[in-house]
Ligand binder design. Structure first.
Ligand code: ADP
Ligand code: ZN
Length: 619
């Protein structure tokens, strides 16, 4: 079998996504790889496909126990021998799995990193041929990453006790260079083929809003999407409880999830959401690790998260089936304070020395700054994220609130005069130029020591923009620089006037700046506006609604019969394609995207019959 046949037959996908094929080819050629892909980017294909083509077994190290179970279930469902080994198994189950491993029953085995210390496990692994060792969430090996796991350090020891060294493939969604280097070094990857890819999720739209009343905005948002599921992420447990209560009071039926709840209740709430009994989940970031619910249509962040990594991972839980989905962030200045507080008080990793802790704190603060930048940028939001992850992109995406915002020309001549004049006067006063931060401080009439020490409170423009937000003044300064009225010196990053500034200061030139028109926060429409082409987003459905209802009903029935969530039968995207293609034979059914031969054999006839019946009624 070829890799394409495996992809189609076992997983039902027609094509590889960007980056998958390159990584698979490198592995098949016997080379170590480092794959950097976002969550949901399709990392598992990058070890499952080669794993099935290589002789022997593929061992997957993953810290996510619930994910393991889902993946193994999905593999079995697709007809692949797979098993997992972790702390949830009883002794009897463990013995059985070990025996079946020895018998060669499995092609793909998932294990939690703690297993690498267990003698029994290591002994079994020494007896079978491991061709590929796949390390998922490989950043857990780095102390500077966000979720350091000491047991990951055992991977190298484990490799050393194997009879021979398998190909090692590491995968992560981590952005920082530092962590990536750690992965290569500590895992001992041998000149790995490295691929950064797939961070773009064109079917997701991005939107940053600053609603005055977040709850009101949210209720309105949810009410106009009653048939869709979504997640609301809050920064703290208390915020989850409070929002849950408020929404319930207003008649929104929601589930909630955070680490402070009883296990049983949490499991129940999660199930309500997974099985679509409740369409809204309010949660802290504890929710979602390993949740592979593919029909989540929106994710709202009620508070700003601590890093772009965290944001993108959480927002990225929307639209995993490829249909258009919305990612909205409600930003308020208070969110920055909360995030700082959480960072300063949340780092209790006892394995770290005070100096190391300080370093982690600084790394966290830098990540927070980048996140805050996302909330404030006026440029393409998608572009901002892709920049952060190191992936090239076009200038605009046409599917984020900044690209779709209406811009109006605003006359900022007065503001420009104040700023340019301030730069000029400060320089005359001091005899040298200073940077943006100090200029902003002087304009706002700041009382910081440096301003007072330098006597800048005596300068004539001191405090003339006291009522303007610092961010706004900065955006004026950026604009004046782009337009050539100001220049930032290379060496010291100081602001100096250009000749063109004189036109504004002395010769009556006016300055207009395009500014985003802030919509009424609560009345804001979803990002996709009628009549505007949305590049890369899923096309609106051309399948009759009735047919979709028929297909969804069949899926629901099958899901309930088998006691699996609906997306385990077929994703929304697959149903949509089924509705479009209207297959009449099993061959045609296999052509539907997302349909593999196992599930075709299992469910095909039932769907074919439903489609045929629909068509008879249509005539
Ligand atoms: P990750 O492990 O990177 O978080 P997964 O491997 O779970 O992501 O894949 C996310 C989703 O993408 C899954 O629903 C999977 O079926 C789908 N997927 C992966 N590869 C492809 C592909 N080549 N074509 C279509 N869908 C794919
Ligand atoms: Zn954009």
């Amino acid at each position: 079998m070829t890799k394409h046949e495996i992809l189609k037959q076992y997983f039902g996908h027609d094509e590889f996504r960007a980056g998958q094929e390159e990584l698979i080819d490198a592995i098949l050629a016997g080379r170590d790889v480092l794959g950097i892909m976002p969550t949901g980017g399709g990392k598992s294909m990058c070890y499952q496909v080669p794993g099935m083509l290589m002789d022997g077994v593929t061992l997957v190290i993953s810290p996510l126990i619930s994910l393991m179970k889902d993946q193994v279930m999905a593999l079995k469902n697709a007809g692949v021998g797979a098993a997992y080994v972790n702390s949830t198994l009883t002794i009897e189950q463990l013995r059985l799995v070990y025996r079946r491993i020895r018998e060669g029953a499995y092609k793909i085995i998932y294990a939690a990193p703690e297993r690498l210390l267990a003698e029994g496990f290591v002994a079994v692994m020494q007896e079978v041929k491991i061709s590929l060792l796949a390390v998922d969430e490989a950043h857990c090996i780095s102390q500077w990453g966000q979720d350091f796991r000491p047991s990951y350090l055992r991977i190298t020891e484990f490799l050393d006790v194997l009879p021979y060294r398998p190909v090692v493939a590491a995968y992560t969604a981590t952005a920082t260079e530092f962590v990536r280097e750690d992965i290569v070094r500590i895992l001992g990857l041998r000149s790995p083929f490295t691929m950064i890819t797939g961070f773009d999720r064109p079917n997701l739209s991005f939107d940053v809003q600053k609603p005055k009343d977040k709850t009101a905005a949210l209720v309105k948002f949810i009410r106009s999407r009653t048939d869709k599921s979504g997640i609301v992420y809050c920064a703290t447990r208390a915020a989850v409880d409070k929002l849950y209560e408020e929404l319930t009071k207003r008649g929104v039926s929601a589930a909630k999830y955070h680490a402070g709840m009883e296990d049983a209740e949490r499991a129940e709430q999660q199930e309500d959401f997974s099985y679509d009994r409740k369409t809204v989940m309010i949660a802290t970031n504890a929710f979602g690790m390993g949740i592979d619910k593919s029909n989540i249509s929106w994710v709202v962040h009620y508070n700003m998260p601590k890093s772009v990594e965290a944001y993108y991972q959480e927002a990225g839980r929307a639209g995993r089936d490829g249909s258009a989905a919305e990612c909205v962030l409600y930003f308020s200045a208070g969110d920055v304070m909360t995030a700082k507080f959480l960072i300063e008080n949340g780092n209790e990793n006892e394995e770290l020395s005070p100096a190391e802790r300080q370093q982690v704190l600084e790394a966290d603060m830098a990540r927070l700054d980048a996140m805050t930048g996302y909330c404030k940028t006026t440029e393409c939001l998608r572009g901002y994220i892709l920049d952060y992850f190191g992936q090239p992109h076009g200038e605009t995406c046409g599917n984020c609130s900044n690209c779709l915002a209406d811009y109006i020309d605003v006359d900022i001549t007065t503001e420009a005069q104040m700023i340019l004049s301030c730069v000029r006067r400060v320089r005359a006063h001091l005899g040298y130029a200073v940077g943006t931060a100090l200029i902003v401080n002087v304009l706002r009439g700041g009382k910081v020591k440096r301003v007072l020490d330098l006597g800048l409170d005596k300068v004539k423009t001191y405090g003339v923009m006291a009522k303007t937000e610092p961010m706004r003044i900065r955006s004026y300064i950026d604009f004046l620089e782009r337009e050539g009225y100001l220049r930032v010196t290379q060496e010291y990053q100081t602001l100096v006037l250009t000749d063109r500034a004189d036109e504004v200061l002395f010769r009556g030139e006016t300055v207009t700046m395009p500014m985003k028109q802030e919509p009424e926060p609560a009345a804001k429409e979803p990002v996709r506006k009628a009549g505007r082409p949305v590049k890369g987003a899923a096309v609106p459905s051309d399948v009759p609604e009735e047919l979709m209802t028929v297909l969804k009903t069949v899926r629901l029935r099958l899901a309930e019969e088998e006691k699996v969530p609906r997306y385990m039968v077929f994703s929304n995207a697959a149903l949509e394609d089924m509705g479009r293609k209207r297959p009449h034979t099993i061959e045609e059914f296999l052509d539907v995207s997302g349909v593999g031969s196992t599930r075709a054999a299992k469910y095909g006839a039932i769907f074919l019959e439903a489609i045929a019946e629909y068509e008879r009624n249509e005539e």
